[in-house]
Design a binder for this molecule. Structure first.
Ligand SMILES: [Zn+2]
Length: 364
């Protein structure tokens, strides 16, 4: 099953194809534009265009039928390496295999159970860590695996410096830009290009990706898997009306999934907090439902939403029910400890069980 195709961006696509035809595509590019507009999808499309047999021969758009296209459209081409923010791995200096495995899991999460590739943005706490960048550098084979060329796509590239005020990740990456491996094109994407290190910005050719006009947003919304995915998010507050969906998206298809993933995280957080007073058995059922593995990004979204929910409860209850307010306020500490455990890669079930017990016992 292929992910839903990229819609729109025709002008920028034609410009990029022209550069490929002229053999003048820069070795390093930066696609920048609003969050959720489709920059990473465009980068993956460009990668496909560079590997496709037909596009390579004719300078046309990727054919969609050659072996490279088929792999690329399932996000499975070994010569397209896609890096984006992930929860921190427990081992600070993880081995390349562990990091590459984690990235593969991240791609599988983005592809989703139905394989449509309609994904929400990474949680605010996710990052592109030093270990990731180093592992990518070390894990890269000396040459492309199947194609004559390969492409490294780095999504949300501004998140390369999220930790301890360290520029190590960005500096490791800088080295890659200065001395790119043979036959490798690097495509960064960012909705906050100003947050990139100036030394990185100065080494990439910037290409702006504009919001989709209403007509193209309608084409996006009309795709069956999209309609299905949005319908499934109805309970999370996704409007049914197309005009409202257009307004919510603001020309950025990904914005729809950002809004709903946040709403879904809040709904789960509310259920979690409600189960605190429902007795130990219900708490275990709630914890068990989190699963042992699964989407770690979604789990950290849930913990973030729980923090926000408890803060809102504390504010609301401050005047009328001081005891409730106090408990909500002390609960915030328990959620912070849960986040630490989640970041250390503890199993979501166990983290949730411990969190619910702490909340029930009113531990700060
Ligand atoms: Zn092809």
């Amino acid at each position: 099953m292929s992910v839903v195709p990229l819609i729109g961006h025709d002008a920028v696509r034609e410009r990029l194809l022209a550069r490929i035809r002229e053999q003048a595509l820069p070795a390093s590019l930066l696609l920048h534009g609003p969050r959720g507009v489709g920059k990473q999808r465009l980068a993956l499309w460009l990668a496909q265009a560079m590997l496709c047999d037909v596009a390579r021969a004719n300078g046309s758009a990727p054919c969609g039928t050659c072996s490279h296209c088929r792999l690329a459209e399932r996000w499975e081409h070994p010569d397209i390496l896609w890096v984006f923010p992930r929860p921190r791995l427990s081992d600070g200096d993880a081995k390349p295999e562990a990091v590459l495995q984690d990235l593969a899991e991240g791609v599988a999460e983005r592809r989703g159970k139905k394989g449509h590739g309609l994904y929400a943005p990474p949680a605010g706490t996710d990052g592109i860590y030093v270990a990731t960048v180093r592992a990518v550098l070390r894990g890269m084979a000396p040459a492309p695996a199947l194609a004559r060329h390969r492409v490294l796509v780095v999504g949300d590239a501004e998140r390369m410096v999220p930790q301890e005020g360290s520029d190590q990740a960005a500096n490791a990456f800088l080295k890659l830009l200065e001395e790119p491996p043979a036959s490798t094109t690097i495509v960064l994407t960012s909705s906050e290009p100003g947050a990139l290190l100036p030394t990185i910005r100065s080494r990439v050719v910037a290409v702006r990706v504009a919001p989709l006009p209403a007509g193209e947003m309608r084409r996006f919304l009309a795709q069956e898997p999209v309609a299905e995915a949005l319908a499934a998010l109805g309970k999370a507050g996704m409007p049914v009306d197309e005009e409202r969906r257009l307004a919510l998206a603001g020309g950025a298809p990904g914005a729809l999934f950002a809004a709903t993933s946040r709403a879904a995280a809040f709904r789960d957080a509310a259920a979690l907090v409600e189960s605190v007073d429902a007795g130990a058995a219900q708490r275990y059922r709630t914890a068990f439902a989190r699963g042992a593995a699964g989407a770690r990004g979604a789990f950290s979204d849930l913990l973030d939403a729980t923090t926000d929910l408890l803060a809102a409860q504390a504010r609301e209850a401050a005047a009328v029910a001081p005891r409730v307010a106090l408990r909500a306020a002390t609960g915030a500490g328990a959620v912070e400890r849960a986040k630490e455990r989640a970041n250390q890669n503890a199993i979501p079930q166990l983290v949730t069980a411990r969190l619910l017990r702490d909340l029930a016992e009113g531990r700060a």
